[in-house]
Ligand binder design. Structure first.
Ligand SMILES: [Zn+2]
Length: 154
């Protein structure tokens, strides 16, 4: 209990573990696991006297280990930072970006699911994503965003 109190006092006015910190934690864990796998592979290749491959995996080990260390330092910096306002702003930006990535993945999944019934394409003028039913031959499309009109095959 006393330790908990002291930890609580120590964390007062500091950023603590937020969503961005949790993400960094996962990245560093992934890097360290990869580093272990690469060490293992380099040893396997060394045993079979494939020295070039062994060297490549050795380098990959150093790279991933290095990134893991840097991300861990970044995690500590975030969690114990006293500039809470700035860290919270970073966290908000991070969450916003993650949401965008998630939405993009969901839309790609949807595209894959109805790839036989719909053709997906982008407006050549503004990049807006549009879909049209397949097998209708050449069609005239009006962009819903910039009302650019163009012709495409379905
Ligand atoms: Zn457009």
């Amino acid at each position: 209990m006393r330790f908990r109190n002291r930890l609580y006092q120590f964390m007062q006015g500091r950023n603590g573990v937020d969503a961005f910190a949790k993400f960094l934690n996962r990245i560093s864990l992934g890097c360290f696991v990869s580093a272990i796998v690469f060490t293992f592979l380099s040893l396997v290749f060394l045993r079979h006297e494939a020295n070039t491959a062994a060297t490549v995996f050795r380098i990959l080990y150093y790279v991933f280990y290095g990134i893991g260390i840097i991300v861990t330092i970044w995690w500590f910096f975030r969690v114990f930072s006293r500039n809470v306002a700035k860290r919270q702003a970073e966290n908000t930006r991070f969450l916003y970006r993650m949401q965008k990535v998630k939405r993009r993945i969901a839309s790609l999944k949807q595209q894959w699911k109805d790839r036989k019934t719909y053709k997906y394409f982008k407006c050549p003028q503004c990049g807006q994503r549009i879909r049209a039913p397949r097998h209708k031959g050449k069609i005239r499309v009006t962009c819903s965003k910039c009302s650019n009109v163009f012709i495409t095959k379905t």
